[in-house]
Design a protein around this ligand. Structure first.
Ligand SMILES: Cc1cc2nc3c(=O)[nH]c(=O)nc-3n(C[C@H](O)[C@H](O)[C@H](O)COP(=O)(O)O)c2cc1C
Length: 277
């Protein structure tokens, strides 16, 4: 399907992620950032206690690497989150990764249909790919050095559970990524406790307050001076929400709400669209 027919109402003058190409291609084709003149935002602003030029931000995901961050920074965004990285390299799921879907709002059903045009909602399935730590650590350090002081560079991290790992091993892996990110100059670290398109324990930590508390505490110990944020998903149960807050409150500066919700996406031929769980 041609790109033009997919972009619908999100069409604009600006270059953006090409959903007809894979993650690796988009990673290597960040837009040039030097020609844009963004208007300043009036007022005084802070994010996790750190002064910033505005509250305009980009959530974890669309900024695949430093070059994408610099482009969105030039467009006028001041809180920039580096797409979730890991302690080891991980490939993206195959195409499709991003698909406009037919949904008119309200409660999200367990199954949705594809749409030919963007009409407000995407289905997303990347599986949280990551470059190797040596790559992203260098990239974060170089990017921070190119950003002005009023920009907040947050790095989103997730653990990569191995066979036989217990929650302490997962916590160590989260903490290691956090330490690397802070050591590379990140202004903040966002722990992704919610990924709707992976089925492993790290994708659902926000629903397990006890484990979330263990991981958050380990991360705080690893980066005592750096703002720590937790990305959570949609919690339907008030008791779980309350227990989660109790469990992580002493360790974290903020919660980032909320990640997408899980659903199957059906193609017109009846098949399921994504390979991810
Ligand atoms: C293309 C794309 C990639 C994403 N990748 C990540 C990611 O790597 N880590 C993460 O925590 N959230 C990721 N997200 C989720 C977003 O950060 C956000 O939580 C989600 O899109 C819901 O917010 P919205 O309703 O404003 O889109 C991604 C979203 C999109 C659209």
């Amino acid at each position: 399907m041609a790109w033009d027919s997919l972009i619908g109402d999100v069409n604009s003058y600006f270059v953006k992620y090409d959903i007809t190409r894979d993650y690796a291609w988009n990673f290597d084709h960040a837009p040039e950032s030097n020609q844009i003149d963004a208007a300043p935002v009036a007022g005084e602003w802070a994010y996790c206690g750190v002064p910033v030029d505005s509250p305009l931000g980009i959530a974890a995901g669309p900024l695949l690497n430093g070059n994408w961050m610099l482009y969105y920074s030039a467009l006028g965004f001041d809180i920039l989150t580096y797409k979730t990285v890991r302690s080891r390299e991980r490939a993206s799921y195959e195409l499709p990764n991003l698909q406009p879907i037919a949904w008119d709002g309200g409660e999200v059903p367990t199954e949705l249909s594809v749409a030919s045009k963007m009409n407000g909602s995407w289905a997303v399935s990347f599986g949280m790919p990551s470059k190797s730590p040596s790559f992203w650590r260098d990239d974060v350090a170089a990017t921070r050095s190119h950003l002005d002081k009023g920009k907040f560079l947050c790095v989103s991290v997730v653990a990569t559970a191995q066979d036989g790992w217990l929650i302490d091993d997962i916590a160590d892996d989260y903490a290691q990524c956090a330490k690397w990110a802070a050591g590379s100059g990140a202004d903040g670290v966002e722990a992704n406790f919610s990924c709707p398109n992976v089925s492993s324990v790290d994708g659902q930590l926000f629903l397990n307050p006890t484990d979330a508390g263990i991981v958050a505490a380990k991360m705080r110990e690893a980066i005592p001076q750096t703002p720590l944020l937790l990305k959570v998903g949609h919690i339907e149960n008030r008791e779980i929400a309350h227990a989660l807050l109790e469990s992580v409150a002493a360790s974290v500066d903020a919660l980032v709400m909320v990640n997408g919700v899980s659903a199957k996406v059906r193609q017109p031929n009846g098949g399921v669209l994504f390979e991810g769980p």
